[in-house]
Write a protein that binds this ligand. Structure first.
Ligand code: CP
Length: 310
């Protein structure tokens, strides 16, 4: 399996076997991600983090992953503090980061920006989210979390809830889960349904997903409930956002319908869609899920940049 110097733009860049390989490799990274063991296989390597959109988890977990591997990090979290403000193009910004570092992580509001960046960089480019497009490393950490908690994905009943139209994490995840044989159910407001092309992709490679607006019914059978935030920043119309926000809420009352071993996931940040009361229940997996970004990103960085592996 050859990951060396590869760009990671979409989860579709990986075969099923490669996804499983990364998940298994991430398991080995766990004690290093927790700081219980130490490793320096990326000593001398530099990661650029170019964040043209806000982030807490993706940026910090990439930084943590690179540091845990013995590498170093440069970058920015505020594009207004860069020469983009003076009119510099994305292409020139990428050329600069390419000359200063060995791997580039980019988050950008425009779909396609990460793919475009690969044209201006010799170093590998990792997509940390491009508009409503893809978020492949989030997808890998989501899959890692499900495999770690449920021991398998094939046959699991997984409900994707919330903003399925603009939520980039669920687009990558629906594709990958169907590839791995999960039974998917989509629950969303009518105006935020999963795009047809993604439903068709799911159908082509796995069981046909079902759609419903009845959350209680969907939760009854579920092994995993994956909740997403309504993506306010992607709405062309604020009134439409106000109409749909708060349509679905995961709270203690809903959990009365759930199986004992249901896990609740969320890529975070959450706003109003999960009541904080749920955090105290054994169903709440979202903070552990966010931590899993570290071993998964360690695994990827190591496979892409490392001269030796664990
Ligand atoms: N899940 C995720 O992408 O979180 P951030 O926006 O905080 O990076």
């Amino acid at each position: 399996m050859d990951f060396k110097n590869r760009d990671v733009i979409s989860i579709k860049d990986f075969s099923k076997e490669e996804i499983i390989y990364v998940i298994n490799y991430a398991k080995k990274m766990m004690p290093y991600a927790k700081g219980e063991k130490h490793i320096d296989i990326l000593k001398g390597k530099i990661l650029s983090t170019l964040f043209f959109e806000p982030s807490t988890r993706t940026r910090l977990s990439f930084e943590s992953a690179m540091n845990r591997l013995g590498g170093r990090v440069i970058g920015f979290a505020d594009p207004n503090a860069t020469s983009q403000k003076k009119g510099e193009s994305l292409a020139d910004t990428i050329r600069m980061a390419d000359s200063y570092s060995d791997v580039i992580v980019i988050r950008h509001p425009q779909e396609g920006a990460a793919r475009l960046s690969t044209e201006f960089a010799e170093s590998p480019v990792l997509n940390a989210g491009d508009g409503a497009g893809h978020h492949p490393t989030q997808c890998l950490l989501d899959l890692f979390t499900i495999v770690t908690e449920k021991k398998k994905i094939k046959g699991d009943k997984i409900v994707l809830l919330g903003d399925l139209k603009y939520g980039r994490t669920v687009h990558s995840l629906a594709y990958a889960l169907s590839l791995l044989g999960a039974e998917l159910s989509f629950v969303s407001p009518e105006s935020l349904k999963m795009p047809k092309e993604i439903i068709n992709e799911c159908k082509e490679q796995g069981p046909e997903p079902s759609s419903t607006s009845n959350l209680e019914k969907a939760v009854k059978d579920a092994d995993v409930l994956y909740v997403t935030r309504i993506q306010r920043e992607r709405f062309p119309d604020a009134e439409e956002y106000n109409r749909v926000v708060g349509t679905y809420k995961v709270d203690i009352n809903l959990l009365k319908y759930a199986k004992e071993d249901l896990i609740i996931m969320h890529p975070l940040p959450r706003v109003v869609e999960i009541d904080p009361e749920v955090d105290k229940t054994p169903h709440a997996l979202y903070f552990k899920q966010a931590f899993n970004g570290v071993p998964v990103r360690m695994a990827l960085l190591s496979l892409i940049l490392g001269d030796r592996q664990l």
